[in-house]
Design a protein. Structure first.
Length: 185
């Protein structure tokens, strides 16, 4: 039994559509990624994943061909490729993201640019904390451990002082943005 889709705009359909909740939309540069939104007859959101997948693919390819360095909005930023296992699907997902290294410890932040929901990759690593990381030219396994309380606040404040966009993300949402430590296995 298929799901009938209806458009929320008048543009013709040109790309393959995949059903996902709108609440899972990733944010980039403090604003929503340019993705067309759809609704099915149950009112659930559906979106065109091509733009986000293309963007991630380009960042991943550039990261790998330049030993972890990328250009554009992330030029000079500390970047990591985080491989997680889908909580429901079991499929490997790769997400480029900024990280913080402090005294040999590596932290990532589930900011989703200040959206009111956590990013999908965070749900995946909570369900499956064994991850793979690409950091520069090095690839290694790690265990993801959420950081809470005073330590979480300290680490997030440090990240926000180094990268002010993270202070803006925190101001945009009512949720506590998760901080995750990635510990080498």
């Amino acid at each position: 039994m298929g799901v009938r889709l209806t458009r929320t705009d008048a543009r013709p359909r040109q790309r393959r559509m995949i059903a996902l909740p709108i609440a899972s939309r990733e944010m980039v540069s403090g604003g929503p990624v340019s993705l067309r939104e759809w609704r099915d007859e149950r009112g659930k959101g559906v979106r065109d994943m091509t733009d986000m997948n293309d963007w991630n693919t380009k960042v991943i390819e550039e990261f790998r061909s330049n030993s972890g360095r990328v250009s554009g909005q992330f030029e000079g930023a500390p970047m990591v490729l985080l491989h997680t296992t889908g909580a429901k699907s079991g499929v490997e997902r790769i997400n480029p993201m900024m990280y913080l290294e402090e005294s040999g410890r590596i932290f990532v932040f589930a900011s989703k640019a200040g959206a009111d929901t956590n990013p999908d990759w965070y749900r995946n690593l909570v369900a499956n904390p064994s991850v793979t990381m690409e950091l520069g030219a090095e690839t290694f396994t790690a265990t993801a451990t959420p950081v809470t309380g005073v330590e979480r606040d300290r680490v997030y404040a440090l990240q926000a002082s180094i990268n002010p966009g993270f202070a803006g993300y925190e101001a945009k949402t009512t949720r506590v943005i998760p901080v995750v430590e990635l510990v080498r296995s």
